[in-house]
Design a protein around this ligand. Sequence first.
Ligand SMILES: Nc1ncnc2c1ncn2[C@@H]1O[C@H](COP(=O)(O)OP(=O)(O)O)[C@@H](O)[C@H]1O
Ligand SMILES: [Mg+2]
Length: 147
Amino acid sequence: MRIKMDLLNLAEMKKLAIAFSKVLKPSTIVLLQGDLGSGKTTFVKEVVTALGSSDAVTSPTYTLMNTYQAEFPIYHFDMYRLSSAEEAMGVGFEEYFDKNSLDGVCFVEWAENVEGLIPSVDYVVEISKLSQNGRRVIIKEVANVSN
Ligand SMILES: Nc1ncnc2c1ncn2[C@@H]1O[C@H](COP(=O)(O)OP(=O)(O)O)[C@@H](O)[C@H]1O
Ligand SMILES: [Mg+2]
């Protein structure tokens, strides 16, 4: 599955997040790609809200990971400040990406920085800025052997 959409504003991003939230289940791993300010964290925030959580979603740039509680846990990573898979393993992150034990959904910003850390990805969401509030979003479902 591959979806490409041009959104005019945040309200349309919210609608997309609501639709996308319905495909998520424990052990789903989602990578978010796009420049700083494109809307990766905002997309996670709208998904977390759509899943019925009132937890505050903030950028994990400094904390590296935030956890939110919806009907299952949501682990939100920002690898911006890391520079290798080894560094991420040093802070214990590899266990989250073991699909056999993962009890929630992982969202990962800047996974490009930790290449090799995440063995199996379900979706890649690519966001680019078209204008102040306009965004192009491409959602790709990644085919896995286990699917
Ligand atoms: N259609 C839109 N979708 C997502 N974010 C938008 C949109 N329009 C404006 N924005 C704004 O763009 C900014 C995106 O920031 P953020 O989500 O932190 O980006 P990133 O995590 O990719 O660095 C936010 O201030 C958000 O309110
Ligand atoms: Mg962000």
